[in-house]
Design a protein around this ligand. Sequence first.
Ligand SMILES: [Zn+2]
Length: 305
Amino acid sequence: MRSATFGFDFVARLVTNLSLFISNTVCCKDQKTHDTTDPAYILELRRNFLEYLKNKLDHDSNEAQTISVTQSPGCQVSITKYEFLEYVFWPAIRDLTSAIKCNGMQRNMFRLYDIDNIFLSGFSVEAKKETSDFLERIVIKTLSEALSIPRSRICLSDASGKEALLGAAYYGNYPETFTERVSRRSYAIQVCGYKRQKFEIDIEKNISEMKLKGGKNVKNDIYNEEAANAYSDLDKPVKLYYQSSYNSSSKDSNSLRNPEDVTRLISRGDKITEHNQMHGIVKRFYAEEECIVYASKSISHIILY
Ligand SMILES: [Zn+2]
């Protein structure tokens, strides 16, 4: 068994395509205000899109349906099932299959071995059962064409989202089953930041009293009080930038990190020193204003048998 890991945010790809579709149609009079580089806009669109996928997209219906673009009244786009497939779903599927193919080629997974089965895991968008079955069938069909492998050899997993975890556990229990782990540590991270909600009045009072009182541990005490009472304001996203080691504080589109962007912690081929093993790897992000940052480890997984 050979397994490879690489990052691919399928939903982000769908949202990008939808955003492009919206730019080419009319959603409302204020369309010029829809700044596709604004994380808040993309985040809102993503939320509305997932809502549409989950509750509205009906693959039995040929009538146009609406997706809200932003909260502003009247800001919505009308899309038919065919437009959705043509402009949003298909391009994302093509990107996904070519990413799988490209990663497999780079790692010599297809050339050196005859593949018995491909297990697709982690492919899940929350949608009505008929819709998600239909979307999955398209994925399998496209993948089988791209890789020239019969459809029957591509299997879906029903562990929904726990595949990487189960795979790691399986590797721990039966390491001899794996002939090779192609990329052992290609982990990535996603970050998003939000403004902090105002502290309650009594918390503010506590903090000012601590400042007045001073003392040896005052910094720690204030920090603890703030940390215990800080809540993020999800309606106020804050721009986060990645600080690369060679380009310390540029604010261009390369360093900007939208919530769906994946920042690689370790790529295939990176040397992992003993120091790294002991202390981990540090990546720096910065914001221009005070904010609360959430980070999530992101892994996409394909396993080839
Ligand atoms: Zn609009």
